[in-house]
Ligand binder design. Structure first.
Ligand SMILES: [Zn+2]
Length: 239
């Protein structure tokens, strides 16, 4: 476990202290990694102060007058809070509590469960929004988690700097951890701000990724049932 004690008198920026802590523990801290075990809540507030100063510098460098432009006055702090508390919250918050219930009674559910989760993410390359849905399918194992937990887990994985391919893997891994299910599939469909707002400026940049494990990968019938379920969700979902 990391040492979370930060001494003010160090005189170093807190982010540097935490980076050293991560390196000493050989903990990777890429944009898509969760580092909640290494940053306390109190430190997170201090990091928001530090990031505010840094965003002020960026705005100054962009020659935006944050002293007299009323719309730009609080922008640096808004950006700092948004990164830590919203668009990258999945890096700093611990995994959502997904209490599992036993699924071992006589009449236990043995079928497939497919949950549709809306996602908001951000690409690591351009920090542009990624907006989409994940379809998470499992064959129920010995444990069941509440339906909303699938979405909470997916959103916790998404609210980081991600690549869609990695996000798909991350969701599958975390759902496997929370449910103990070995047979599962995750299908993500998303549009990427980095394709729509810059670069090729394509306004229908729909990207699809799929991760299949166990029977979803090896059994043609299970795989078909999963994709049929997704199609039904897309066609008949109640609004
Ligand atoms: Zn991008």
């Amino acid at each position: 476990m990391a040492e979370l004690h930060y001494r003010e008198e160090d005189g170093r920026p807190l982010s540097q202290v935490i980076r050293n802590r991560l390196k000493q523990n050989n903990k990777r801290f890429w944009a898509g990694d969760n580092i909640s075990e290494y940053v306390s809540d109190v430190e997170k507030e201090k990091l928001i102060d530090e990031a505010t100063k840094a965003f002020e510098q960026v705005l100054d460098t962009l020659l935006i007058d944050r002293e007299t432009d009323p719309n730009s006055k609080g922008t640096a702090r808004r950006l700092a809070k948004m990164y830590y508390n919203e668009i990258m919250a999945g890096r700093y918050d611990p995994a959502p509590d997904a209490t599992a219930f036993p699924n071992d009674s006589q009449d236990r559910y043995e079928g497939m469960l497919v949950v549709r989760s809306e996602l908001r993410s951000m690409c690591s390359h351009h920090h542009q929004p990624v907006t989409g849905v994940a379809y998470i399918g499992i064959i129920a194992a010995e444990k069941l988690i509440g339906l909303s937990k699938y979405t909470r887990i997916a959103q916790w994985c998404a609210r980081r700097g991600t690549l869609q391919e990695e996000l798909c893997n991350d969701i599958a891994r975390e759902i496997e951890k929370a449910t103990g299910a070995k047979d599962l599939g995750v299908y993500v469909q998303a549009v990427h701000g980095c394709c729509e707002n810059r670069g090729i400026m394509a306004h229908s940049s729909l990207t699809q990724t799929t991760v299949l494990k166990g029977a979803f990968k090896d059994d043609a019938g299970t795989k078909k049932e999963f994709f049929d379920n997704i199609k039904m969700q897309q066609e008949f979902a109640p609004r």
